[in-house]
Write a protein that binds this ligand. Sequence first.
Ligand SMILES: [Fe+2]
Length: 498
Amino acid sequence: MTDLKMKYRLLVVDDEPYICSIVTEALTAVEKYEIISFTDPKKALTYLEENRVDLVLTDLIMGDFSGVSVLDMALRCHPDCIVMLMTAYPTVNNAISVLKKGAYDYLVKPFKLDTLKTAVKRGLEHQALARENLHLKEQVALYKLSEAMGVSSSIQSILDLAIDTARSVVGAKAVSVLVCKYDNDIPVPLLTRGKIHEGVVDDFLKGDHPLCRAAMNQGDAQIETEELVGERRAIRSLTVHPLTSSGRQLGLLNVVYEDPYHPLNKGKQQLLSIIASKIASAIETSRLQEHLQTSYVKAIQALANAIEARDPYTWGHTDRVTILAKLIASRMNWPEEKQDIIKMGCTLHDIGKIGIPDAILNKPDRLTPEERKQIEAHPILGARILESIDYLSPAIPFVLYHHEKYDGSGYPHGLAGEDIPLEGRLLAVVDTFDAIVSDRPYRQGASQETAIEELKRYKGKQFDPIIVDVFVESWQEGLLEQLGIYQHQTDAKSVIAE
Ligand SMILES: [Fe+2]
């Protein structure tokens, strides 16, 4: 019972009319109790199925009928109901058995009316405390949601948590989040949980319901329906909470709540409004991050273009390397979050070359030891540029380790085998393949067959053997050709410098 104006509803079940009547009389004297009594336990079961009840006082033995059935039904329909058993034939076993089944107390007849009143009062106080704990649980759930929003950057995980909160704490049977592609646009479903296979409800969850349009215009909207589900009636509440931020409509939170006895109460509606506001903030933050990321990606692209523009022979190299790396990473089942970094890593892998003079970078002749040293500094230079930019720092393993060699003879750190981060090992393979087949100032690009032979020849020496195998298989299966990134090849001999 959450509404203060409502009375506690107590159900008294005893096949002796006399007991029913004195218990009823004694408890009716308490102003905040509403007493319903039955001498027929079967009628009590039906009543329990169809009505809210806060406390049940039932006889244990009623002819052939056991009060345990009343206890079971009460707790099935009303999990926080307080149930007390009464009996004139007490045994320890009986008492233990009903308490184990969830009864709150066990009264031995004859009992004093004051004892009864005290037991009822104590039971209801216990219930109030349990309900208060539930309220606290709601607060904790909201707190956790707020906390998650503070630390998680994934909109998906925040939405999942918000929907889980709506379902577990409010008891929503189905929830959908709908978002507007543009502000104030018609919202479309983004995420739905707990489908109900009924036309009207499914349409409602998809946003195709007059209530959704009403909510877009006027704010929170709710309707209650009462219908038969099988042989039982169910009160169903459909409720829509607009997702708004700074006066802009970002979407809707649609909730289906179903309870045989109660419509969605005000407290739960408020909780859903709070959840909706959290979801709106998460969507707004995610959009801002997306905008920021787009700006970063444009900045990265501009940097990559600046590097490529200095060397006309590497034009398109980073794009092709990115496409190849994505193919191989997906064939190797890299985790999604690792795959997401590939474009950034491949685009920026040679960012350190920005600090190398054109005369060295584009020198057609053999490099002097000093010039080679400068070239070989580019991974470290690149990593230094990126380490101060949080958003770009995930690209560092690509930048720093793409010239390491599997046998430990690479640079800048001379790492070997699996000590070289996977990103570096992958990029070494695809970067080399593309370099071999591309034209350079001092030679024409070689054929793909030649490049594949080179990868095989240096497998386990320069390159990770597993990555080479996956690359070669992908090439043999025609997957590289399907990418359409190489239009011409000519033949040439070995091009990897020993
Ligand atoms: Fe490089």
